[in-house]
Ligand binder design. Structure first.
Ligand code: PRP
Ligand code: URA
Length: 243
């Protein structure tokens, strides 16, 4: 099933003059939020230009452009945290009514690829605590295996930003969420930040965890016979760390 093609910005151009690009599939789950399909995001993700989907993109460029999308995801993810009113007095003696975040947060990365998202979170949330869960997908069976976790002791009191760029079958993310729930984190306080998702992974996850929110940059076409996302970008961890 092809992904939809639509005219992509800039917004002031008439519809017929916008270049056509493959954009994220739309989904109708209340708890799944896809980043706006702006020209910037599509250019950062696109295949055919030297960005992250192109198999020929050198590692340094892959890291640079992935980091830019990760930053967009973190900024959007923060919009899903609760805020309370907060009034300040400006240097000219006037009051300004704004908001401030309510509650404590932490990041949790699914190692190894999820660790690539930690810096983006640190850049937005100074000295944020970060827990780790090491889950690896078995290369033959594609089933996830849990090896290790190290989480903040008070994690059950925090909002958790769960980090993994790739969401294929959803097995790894599901296992990570089960670890978090077993440590007392309520499902509704988990926010999963993800770069590319498969439609079936998102649908299964939304059904299993209806109160957990997913923020993703792009929902792709599907999975291939090896359970890799298509068109996808290949093995994120390899491209970011070792290729
Ligand atoms: C990748 C990716 C996810 C998982 C997605 O990790 O980062 O954790 O696969 O697949 P799934 O949704 O079907 O579970 P992988 O286990 O390859 O390890 P890595 O992070 O070391 O590359
Ligand atoms: N892990 C990846 O890195 N990429 C995929 O497409 C699927 C799992």
């Amino acid at each position: 099933v092809p992904s939809p093609a639509q005219g992509v910005g800039p917004f002031y151009r008439p519809e017929g003059e916008k270049p056509t690009a493959t954009v994220s599939k739309a989904v109708s789950f209340d708890n799944v939020h896809v980043l706006p399909q702006t020209p910037q995001l599509i250019a950062l993700l696109t295949y055919g230009s030297p960005m992250i989907r192109d198999q020929n993109t050198p590692r340094a460029d892959f890291i640079f452009y992935s980091n830019r999308i990760i930053r967009l995801l973190v900024e959007e993810g923060l919009n899903h945290l609760p805020v309370v009113e907060n009034s300040v007095t400006t240097p000219v003696g006037r009051s300004y009514l704004g908001v401030k975040f309510q509650g404590k947060i932490c990041g949790v990365s699914i190692m190894r690829a999820g660790e690539a998202m930690e810096q983006g979170l640190r850049d937005c949330c100074r000295s944020v605590r970060i827990g780790k869960i090491l889950i690896q997908r078995d290369e033959e069976t594609c089933q996830p295996k849990l090896f290790y976790d190290k989480l903040p002791a008070d994690i059950s009191q925090r909002w958790v930003l769960l980090l993994d760029p790739m969401f294929a079958t959803g097995g790894s993310a599901t296992m990570a969420v089960e670890v978090l729930i077993s440590r007392g984190v309520p499902e509704e306080r988990i926010l999963f930040l993800n770069l590319i998702a498969s439609p079936q992974g998102v649908a299964d996850f939304a059904e299993r965890f209806p109160k957990l929110r997913v923020v993703t940059a792009f929902i792709d076409q599907g999975l291939d016979e090896k359970k890799y996302i298509i068109p996808g970008l290949g093995d994120f961890g390899d491209r970011y760390y070792t290729l």
